[in-house]
Design a protein around this ligand. Sequence first.
Ligand SMILES: O=C(O)CCC(=O)C(=O)O
Length: 251
Amino acid sequence: METVPTSSLMDARLQQLEHQGYTVVPGAIPTADLKAMRRRFDELIADFGSIPSAVRTPDTDSIDINRLLEVDPVFASLIDLPSVLPYVEKLHDGDVRLLGASMANFMPAHSPARCGWHQDGGPYTRLTFLLSDLGDDGGPTAVVPGTHREGKALPAWCNDEKGQPRALPGMVKVTGKAGDCMINNTFIWHTSTPNSSAEPRRIVWVVYKREAQAMPPASQYNLLHTPEYLARQSDPRRRRLIEMAVVPEGA
Ligand SMILES: O=C(O)CCC(=O)C(=O)O
């Protein structure tokens, strides 16, 4: 398990992030926390209908739980883990704010990709935490290394008529063990891939921005924290991370 990264490992991963647009921190979540998160994740998914911030996508049966940290504090440490946050601080020269309220995602066994190839805005820095082992056939996120720096549009043929991703030259499926964390630049070409395995995919996303980068529009306020959640934060570092990712008072 990695508690705090050593400087040589950190430098190597930061270089990979700079040149390839992604890297993986193995064992990022402490074992006891991982166990508790995994148990709670399964309970929440089993009862997602009772969670107001949970959304099931009918085409793929994928389930998102928005405002995850508010749904259960067991996930709260994922925004400032000492094994991962230092990478984001270094990349952002210390200018680190959450873009939104973090989200859990569940992809059922034997399900199609939940989206095709795309680039996100920003660039932001996204963390993808694996709460269970994720192999090649389990629906890992795939990336095309280096594309975050090229400024090129994705080829028009990259997704099929149903929006499912086609194989692109150089694509890498980012697999890993439970507790690992992928860090990626959101400009990298990336996609969901089908989960053809007999196991569901269990992941959590946390996305960081810089202070000057705009917040999501009002149509996406459901992806932000509530003011009540911010008011409950007593830790100054968590407050600072969270305070821009909050629905404006009265909105
Ligand atoms: O589900 C995945 O593996 C990737 C999804 C993604 O990148 C997105 O929703 O923006």
